[in-house]
Design a protein around this ligand. Structure first.
Ligand SMILES: [Zn+2]
Ligand SMILES: [Zn+2]
Length: 552
């Protein structure tokens, strides 16, 4: 298997190609490697106990001496969130825009890595040379400050890695996308475009933040009571839009939620939000009349510990909402979060709070390109090859078709772990390398497919049963087996059921021939079987079982 990328140029996604989230892209050239983006995904009902997970970087960790650097396109968690977790396995310099570097440094401080990791700040429009890779930051627009496409020069030709993007003529924060530069790159020739597929099913264009600002300004004028607006903390332009809309109606703005304050600090450090008065704390805002305040809250996705959920269930120390107050969800529903968002909205509505979402009013635009924008980009860049990324299989296939319709000669749909040779010669998958996911489990990273996570899953769905038996040397049972079945059987209130399990285990051991009872392994297996069989019959469950055998 060729995994050394010798005299050729390869692209190898380890995360983010086949799912939306946890991006990890590798470019390989003449034995050297470059990582573009290193992000996380967030857990849901299918990943009990796991809130955050990320791609397993084993392939590149094994070759880290040939890893030249990690280049970050922008500061979203799905692009930057894994750096502090995985850097100790990669140990290479990191390159990021000023705003992304600010947010990354905060994370590195929390992980005690700030003195080890070299974070190089690349100015907008700047360029860095890393071995055979010349990487130019091309200004884009998105839903966070300083998004970049990367034009990557190699001895085999130039690539354009789009990152997350859209064409917003008036992004309100930062410059509009550098369309002139994209066109010039196209004129000079692009070998391959590796691009965002998120909104390939959306007709038209994403829409502009400036229109959201106008719409919010009109909307806020309709209300005389308290207003809370939930949005993504990283969407600094949206935070500014809400602040501008509030000021137009003589309202002050308070931030509610830690991540909003963290982003506010990084934004102001980098020269954003300079025309916006410092935000009030939730505590200070409590003294204002209800028609003089707007709360900007975290928790638009229904996250149970975020500000809005706590306000909704009346457990927030400083902010309360009453009947006829208004909550505006200035955000979209991230697929998978429907249940928790609707639960939160129902809770608010039951209290008489008016809930406004993007279904009711124009309060949100996406940060990703609709089809019209994608077609326009292909017209500008005119790559020879298209490699859709940042999408599930259905997005990637649709994006590949769109690229072909735009006249791209070859559009390649990959999966994580497939190494695509871009040049020289045929464009083809030349190797498939192992991939996986690592979960943040307390203070450790644990493979999602490990025994630990499998057992965790089983305990959540079926409970657990542990039995302790004490035998003498000849195999005689000394005392009753001790059984605890957490999440399955309440020994205190279900004494009969509990006694029946004990009996089943005792009978199973008693029925064993004497020589077998002297063999620990045979006793354990018989006990385990009896326990399982009984609980399957009595409870219809197959718990995680464990047998402790003590010989005295
Ligand atoms: Zn993004
Ligand atoms: Zn993204």
């Amino acid at each position: 298997m060729n995994t050394q990328s010798n005299d050729e140029l390869v692209f190898l996604p380890l995360g983010g190609t086949g799912e939306i989230g946890m991006n990890l892209n590798l470019y390989g050239c003449r034995g050297k490697w470059l990582i573009v983006d290193l992000g996380v995904s967030f857990g849901d009902d299918s990943t009990p106990g796991v809130e955050v997970f990320m791609p397993d970087p084993a392939f590149i960790a094994d070759r880290h001496e040939n890893l030249l650097g990690i280049v970050l396109t922008h500061a979203h968690e799905d692009h930057l969130g894994a750096v502090a977790h995985l850097w100790p396995r990669l140990r290479c310099p990191v390159y990021a825009s000023p705003f992304a570097a600010s947010l990354l440094r905060t994370k590195l401080v929390e992980a005690n890595l700030e003195s080890e990791v070299r974070v190089h700040v690349v100015p907008l429009g700047g360029r860095v040379q890393l071995g055979p890779f010349g990487v130019e930051f091309v200004t884009q627009t998105h839903s966070i400050p300083e998004p970049n496409s990367l034009a990557i020069d190699t001895p085999f030709g130039r690539l354009l890695h789009t990152g997350d993007w859209k064409f917003d003529p008036k992004p309100m924060i930062g410059a509009a996308a550098d369309i002139a530069r994209l066109g010039a790159l196209g004129d000079e020739g692009i070998l391959a475009l590796i691009g965002d597929s998120t909104n390939v099913f959306k007709q038209g264009a994403a829409g502009s933040e400036s229109d959201v600002r106008d719409s919010l300004t009109e909307l806020l004028g309709r209300y005389k009571r308290r207003i809370a607006v939930a949005c993504f903390a990283t969407n600094v332009a949206r935070v500014e839009s809400i602040a501008v809309a509030a000021a137009a109606h003589d309202r002050h703005v308070a931030l509610v939620g830690r991540s909003l304050w963290r982003i506010d600090k990084a934004a102001r450090e980098n020269g954003y939000l300079t025309d916006i008065a410092p935000f009030l704390t939730e505590h200070d805002a409590g003294y204002l009349p209800e028609d003089k305040v707007v709360y900007i809250c975290t928790g638009s996705q229904g996250e149970p510990r975020a500000a809005l959920a706590r306000i909704a269930n009346d457990s927030h120390p400083h902010v309360t909402l009453k009947a006829d107050d208004v909550v505006i969800f200035s955000s979209r529903i991230i697929p998978g979060n429907e249940k928790s968002i609707f639960r939160l909205q129902n809770q608010l509505i039951r209290q008489g709070v008016e809930v406004i979402t993007e279904k009711d009013h124009f309060v949100h635009v996406s940060g990703h390109p609709g089809r019209d924008e994608m077609i326009r980009l292909y017209g500008l860049v005119r790559p020879r090859i298209s490699v859709p990324v940042h999408g599930e299989a259905r997005h990637l296939r649709e994006h590949a078709q769109l690229a072909r319709d735009c006249g791209v000669g070859q559009a390649m749909v990959l999966q994580d772990g497939e190494m695509l040779k871009l040049a020289p010669g045929n464009v083809e998958v030349v190797a498939v390398v192992p991939t996986g996911r690592l979960a943040v489990d307390g203070t450790r990273l644990v493979p999602m497919d490990s025994v630990i996570m499998r057992d965790r899953h089983r305990m959540v769905h079926n409970g657990s049963a542990v039995v302790t038996i004490v035998l003498d040397r000849l195999g005689k049972l000394l005392g009753d087996p001790q059984i605890s079945a957490h999440g399955l059987l309440d020994a205190e209130h279900e004494a009969n059921a509990h006694e029946a399990v004990v009996e089943a285990v005792r009978d199973a051991i008693d029925e064993m021939p004497r020589p077998a009872r002297q063999n620990d392994e045979l006793v354990r297996e018989a006990t385990r079987l009896a326990l399982r069989r009984h609980l399957k019959q009595s409870h219809g469950k197959k718990p995680l079982t464990d047998v402790h055998l003590v010989r005295v």
